[in-house]
Design a protein around this ligand. Structure first.
Ligand code: UDP
Length: 237
């Protein structure tokens, strides 16, 4: 028995990169393996992918670019990542639909439509939501929360390099311990940098739980969490 019927996985752009490649083919294959294992458990899967491996608006603005233009580039970077994941999915016989927060023509991907997304999910397709919220000045964490609410996902799974939320940075402080669960109020008041405050506020309002976990270290982690193992930190009301 799995705990969830429909989930939203948030992958950062950096999760797809390696020291040699902006988008690393072997990492993509690993991601597809994890996607398959989620589908094999009968769980419907939406994915929001970031773009930080290619461009981030804030960094471009620091270098002198107009912030809105930089954010447009950041959102386009997420579209590239979504296309890379979708290509790897198709090569591995995983049915996939890519949607974008703003319309892109030429058959590249479909515009965001929550009804079409839900139909595709119910039919067993993975839906990859690109371009974040479709508007500048947000991040893909907020995009993930928004899409999760739109598709009626029961939880946002945020893949990070660390296996949950700790009392302090576990790299710098060996006495740091991992939280099994946290409330949104605690996460916001402790200023834990797991998600943006806007993403937290939306999750709190819509009663949407967040699971922070480490995805790539062990490819079975997400499946095991779905089976009920406590391998990350759950933030909920
Ligand atoms: N972005 C945006 N609006 C959104 C989502 C993303 O303008 O709704 C831009 C923003 O510039 C951001 C970039 O896209 O820096 C890449 O997204 P993000 O930084 O969230 O990617 P990640 O850190 O997850 O790889």
């Amino acid at each position: 028995m799995v705990k969830y019927k429909r989930i939203l996985l948030k992958l950062s752009g950096e999760a797809l990169a390696s020291s040699n490649n902006t988008i690393d083919p072997s990492t993509l294959n690993k991601v597809v393996g994890i996607i398959k294992s989620v589908l094999d458990q009968g769980v419907e899967l939406g994915i929001v992918v970031g773009g930080g491996n290619i461009f981030r608006g804030a960094a471009l603005a620091e270098a002198g670019m107009n912030r809105v233009t930089g954010d447009h580039m950041g959102m386009l970077a997420t579209v590239m990542n979504a296309l890379a994941i979708s290509d790897a999915c198709r090569k591995n016989d995983v049915d996939v639909l890519v949607m974008s927060g703003f319309p892109i023509g030429g058959g590249v991907c479909e515009p965001m439509d929550h009804n079409k997304a839900k139909e595709a999910l119910s039919a067993g397709k993975v839906v990859i939501f690109s371009a974040g919220t479709g508007a500048p000045c947000f991040t893909t964490d907020t995009g993930a929360t928004l899409r999760a609410i739109e598709i009626g996902a029961e939880a946002v799974f945020k893949a990070t390099k660390v296996d949950g939320v700790y009392t302090a940075d576990p790299v710098k402080d060996s006495s740091a311990t991992r939280y099994d669960t946290l409330s949104f109020d605690e996460a916001i008041s402790k200023n834990l940098q797991i998600m943006d405050t806007s993403a937290f506020a939306m999750c709190r309002e819509h009663n949407l739980e967040i699971c922070v976990f480490s995805m790539l270290e062990d490819s079975n982690t997400l499946s095991n969490i779905l089976k009920g193992e406590m391998l990350g930190t759950i933030v909920r009301n």
